[in-house]
Design a protein around this ligand. Sequence first.
Ligand code: NAD
Length: 382
Amino acid sequence: MDFVSLSDGTAGERRVALTPTVTKRLVDLGANVRLEPGYGADADLSDALYEKAGATFASRDELLASADVLVSLNPPEASTLRGLREGTIVISFFDPFRRQELVRLARDGALSTLCLELVPRTSYAQKMDALSSQASLGGYAAVITAADRSGKSFPMMSTPAGTIPPARVFVVGVGVAGLQAIATAKRLGARVDAYDTRPVVAEQVRSLGAKFVELDVGETGQTEQGYAKELTAEQLAEQRRQMAKVVAGADVVITTAQLFGRPAPRIVDAAMVAGMRPGSVIVDMAASTGGNVEGSVPDEEVVMDGVRIVGLSNLPGLVARDASEMYASNLFALIQHAWDEEASALKLDPENDDVVAGCLLTHQGKVRDERVAAVLEEGSSA
Ligand code: NAD
């Protein structure tokens, strides 16, 4: 079975879907791994390393013609999907609620797409959860970026010239990214406050040595999959009102609040930004899904009232080597899970396999995920 991966054309992307380590594991499993020359160059992975792991190289056109499985990190380009044969399996992030044109192309081309955003969040499937592996590294990179942009030292320092108090970091949204952001800021010596609408995370925040900020915004909670329930506009306004003081006292605010399949909630408004000390830094990890912070711009840094708002969307890409290794491991775990040893091939059996059933987005000309199908329907009738 030919497993193909193309060089990623996404601007500024340094991560790769397959690393030499995982290439070798795939080859050992019985797959032919075929790549474009120069595939891993941006992640400092040479063709020689891939070759040693058992990969072969060919032109993009040859690869598309021979692919049984296409693996990718960012959603594949439309021209790539158009170039694949019917029945080809595609494994990738798809951003399925926003990249509707790609879902339609995959459906109409009868491609079987395993969409990594839809991998079920069960203990068994944790090793395949690329959203989590990338969010974790993203949370780390958000803090490192904030420390770099801030004029403030994170740790407390006692020096002959005086004592420097620790930086105050406020993390809003304590999922996978937020937890890693808290842990990283604590390791750097900052004083950390954190808030999430899911009360279950309060204990996790405290166990990392941070303070959980208690706000009363009425009923909040989480879905069966562990995602936050959406607040009403009134609840969000109340959240902003009660949070303004903590935001004003922070040197760094990191926002990670997301709602699965929905635009991100507006957590920090312009008045709250204006209330912060000049020189403070906000990293909006939700900038590309609607923005938690008023004024944040995806992939840009803007200064508003002296406060720097960082909207970089590819934070895991700042630690491309490790992010690639984690992503490739997630891919491998999913492939190994669905691998049929006898046939030495990937076999999708959504009727009997909960993991595949959960993340099989398009198959045999249909969109299988009801939530994505509903968004697609809305898009067609709009
Ligand atoms: P996410 O990226 O969807 O959201 C990030 C955080 O934002 C969440 O904690 C959410 O509660 C929070 N949020 C949403 N609206 C908010 C608001 N108005 N104010 C403040 N915070 C707000 O979430 P995620 O990081 O992908 O994870 C969500 C949950 O799923 C976590 O509990 C995580 O531990 C769990 N999880 C479980 C598994 C598993 O069991 N395999 C895997 C990954 C994550």
